[in-house]
Design a protein around this ligand. Structure first.
Ligand code: TMP
Length: 251
């Protein structure tokens, strides 16, 4: 993999660009400084965001791997670039919620922070032109977007990822409120966690300094809701996860 070459662009999303490489089944991901919200309606360039999300995602995928959950991640190759395995992605946003917040709180008229009796798994169809609508298992299988067997694997893996991620964040004094992940299939049919796990795609509430009862967001809600700069919060998350990674490398 030493002389790996970046080839043509395959895809440009809101936060990342994806390129082919000269190695089969290896893709080159570039994390961008662009921040968007509301399906791209609010858009800004934020210096440092690409670097932070590249590093955070790498640290989280490494931590998950250490805890027995594999993903498409191969390795970081620069401050804002990484190599990943090529996957056939499911057109799904897989959402897990531990605490009511965001669209769930709004939909059911709940106060943000309301405890849920058990984690809630939701799917949205990944389609910007339809604004990623909510979709259920039957809808997905009826349109042959995924099979029942694939959904069983996706849901079991997502619940496992939630347990491991929640525990990992708890060790850093962070409450994992909810998150969105994506999965795909390798060329030989193995379903794997893919895309990214960053404060763009998780709600992360600070469990330190919480005396005044106020929620302290360490995630993209700072940007979505105009609550302040995301950079110090993302730096804080990176520092906390890097400390966890470091603990394992000393063992
Ligand atoms: P929601 O409450 O807005 O539905 O978001 C649930 C979680 O999913 C939250 O952690 C943010 C994340 N998310 C994304 O990463 N991308 C998206 O397009 C949406 C709608 C949510």
């Amino acid at each position: 993999m030493e002389k790996l070459q970046k080839l043509e662009k395959l895809y440009e999303g809101k936060a990342k660009k994806l390129y082919k490489t000269d190695v089969e089944n290896v893709l080159w991901v570039e994390y961008l400084n662009q921040a968007t919200a509301g399906n791209g309606v609010k858009k800004e360039q934020i210096e440092g965001k690409g670097r932070l999300n590249n590093k955070i995602t790498a640290a989280i995928f490494e931590e998950l791997n250490y805890r027995g959950i594999s993903s498409h991640f191969i390795k970081s190759i620069s401050e804002n670039e990484q190599l990943v395995r090529a996957m056939k992605m499911f057109p799904l946003e897989i959402i897990m919620r531990n605490v009511a917040a965001g669209s769930f709180a709004k939909r059911y008229g709940l106060e943000e922070g309301t405890k849920l009796s058990h984690p809630v798994l939701e799917y949205c169809l990944k389609d910007d032109s339809l604004a990623d609508p909510f979709i259920n298992d039957d809808d997905l299988t009826a349109m042959n977007l995924v099979t029942r067997e694939q959904l069983d694997i996706i849901s079991a893996k997502t619940r496992e990822i939630n347990k491991v991620l929640s525990d990992m964040f708890a060790q850093c004094d962070v409450l994992l409120v909810d998150f969105k992940i994506e999965m795909g299939e390798t060329a030989d049919g193995v379903i794997l966690l893919a895309d990214e796990i960053t404060p763009d795609t998780c709600r992360l509430w600070n469990l330190r300094n919480g005396e005044n009862g106020q929620i302290e967001h360490l995630d993209k809600d700072l940007f979505r809701r105009d609550l302040g700069s995301i950079i110090p919060a993302y730096e804080d998350i990176l520092e906390r996860i890097t400390k966890l990674n470091a603990k394992h490398s000393q063992l």
